[in-house]
Design a binder for this molecule. Structure first.
Ligand code: UT7
Length: 350
């Protein structure tokens, strides 16, 4: 059975920089608060009405395809992870196929909705398909255009200051050498609403006491989005930051430990940890728990904020471009987020 290797990697960060200072024009916040609590100095925003989650993904994918030394027509499966898709449906997988101009209709396109863990979930799925011999060139992308769906009033500040836009992509191929050694996926749906955007959806307001203005329950049919929902501002993501933070630091460490135990490796074997860029404080806590030095952990949240499904491939791409990930290195990926879902992977870089 072959292993799975990352044959090419790419990223795209929109040119527009939004600093903490600039955010103070829209909401009651400060550069000092944001840096102290999250480590973020600035983030990127895509150009509204010109760029989308899919167009950003296409840039990252094109780079990954070129670096893999293949053409777009060689791609036999697309996996797209995002929480900020262009449309409610269809998903971004098929939109990316079209954006890249892939005319081959023999390929499949799968959408992953696992938020911050989306890239690791996608990697795990791809790994299984490669190992069974089903596909030879899988394009896995994480892309987010958060800026289009955030509340820029003071009410939304806790969530809004954290997130940024961007995309990362990898081409995965079979390998006779090492590559992906292991992947681990977890979920705990009991906390689904602690980090969620529940509208627009089929729940119809049943979850709580909030009146979303949905049509009467006496008649069949309904509507995902109501005018009242929009008027009341119930259309933005919600996060119970402290609950998420406390869970995250425990689960990051646990799931990394699980990967090490499965492979018989130890924390001292890790050459580079690429944590999902949720909050610099979370990464630093995990680093301390594992006893890793600064040059064994890659962080770029300071420049890009939290780009959810895109954060791991963007960080991995930058680390590789900077010569911090080399052949033979043991790379550890780990993520935690909405769902809750979390996961890890160990990769022997080839
Ligand atoms: O990738 C997805 C997973 N997400 C995460 O991992 C995020 C995990 N959570 C966190 O990173 C942190 O909880 C946050 C950065 C979101 C918030 O930090 P915190 O230290 O937990 O702050 P808090 O929510 O407890 O708020 C503390 C204070 C409050 O004021 P009072 O009640 O003490 O007067 C907030 O109203 O800070 C206030 N606050 C802000 N002030 C300035 C909240 N957001 C802001 C803001 N600017 N943007």
């Amino acid at each position: 059975m072959p292993n799975t290797k990352i044959a090419g990697i790419g990223k795209y960060l929109p040119a527009q920089v939004m600093t903490n200072e600039e955010l103070t024009k829209y909401m009651d916040t400060s550069d000092a608060w944001i840096q102290e609590r999250t480590g973020i100095k600035e983030r990127r925003y895509a150009v509204k009405h010109q760029e989308t989650t899919t167009t950003m993904a296409a840039h990252a994918a094109t780079m990954a395809i070129e670096r893999a030394g293949i053409t777009k027509e060689d791609i036999d499966f697309i996996i797209f992870a995002t929480l900020s898709p262009d449309y409610f449906f269809p998903g971004c997988g098929v939109l990316l196929q079209r954006e890249l101009g892939i005319s081959n209709t023999e390929i499949g396109a799968l959408d992953i909705r696992n938020q911050c863990s989306g890239f690791i979930y996608g990697l795990s799925v791809a790994d299984q398909f490669i190992k069974t011999g089903m596909y030879k060139n899988i394009l896995l992308v994480g892309s987010e255009m958060h800026s289009m769906g955030l509340d820029f009033s003071t009410e939304g500040r806790t969530v809004t200051v954290i997130f940024g836009d961007g995309a990362g992509a990898v081409v995965l191929q079979p390998s006779d050498e090492d590559g992906v050694l292991t992947t681990h996926l977890h979920s705990d749906g009991r906390h689904a609403e602690e980090l969620a955007m529940i509208n627009f959806g089929s729940h119809g307001g049943h979850h709580d006491e909030v009146d979303y203005g949905f049509p009467s329950t006496d008649i069949p049919g309904g509507i995902f989005a109501t005018k009242k929902m929009v008027e009341d501002g119930q259309i933005y993501p919600y996060m119970n930051g402290q609950v998420v933070f406390k869970k995250a630091i425990v689960k990051f460490a646990e799931v990394i430990d699980e990967a090490l135990r499965t492979t018989g490796l130890s924390k001292t074997d890790i050459d580079m940890l690429i944590p999902h860029q949720a909050n610099l404080r979370i990464s630093q806590y995990v680093q301390k728990t594992l006893g890793l030095s600064d040059d064994q952990v890659y962080n770029n949240i300071q420049r890009y904020g939290n780009t959810t499904a895109a954060s791991i491939p963007i960080a991995l791409c930058e680390a590789w471009e900077e010569g911090k990930v080399n052949t033979g290195d043991l790379v550890c990926l780990a993520a935690f987020g909405s769902g809750f879902t979390w996961g890890s992977s160990l990769i022997r870089w080839v």
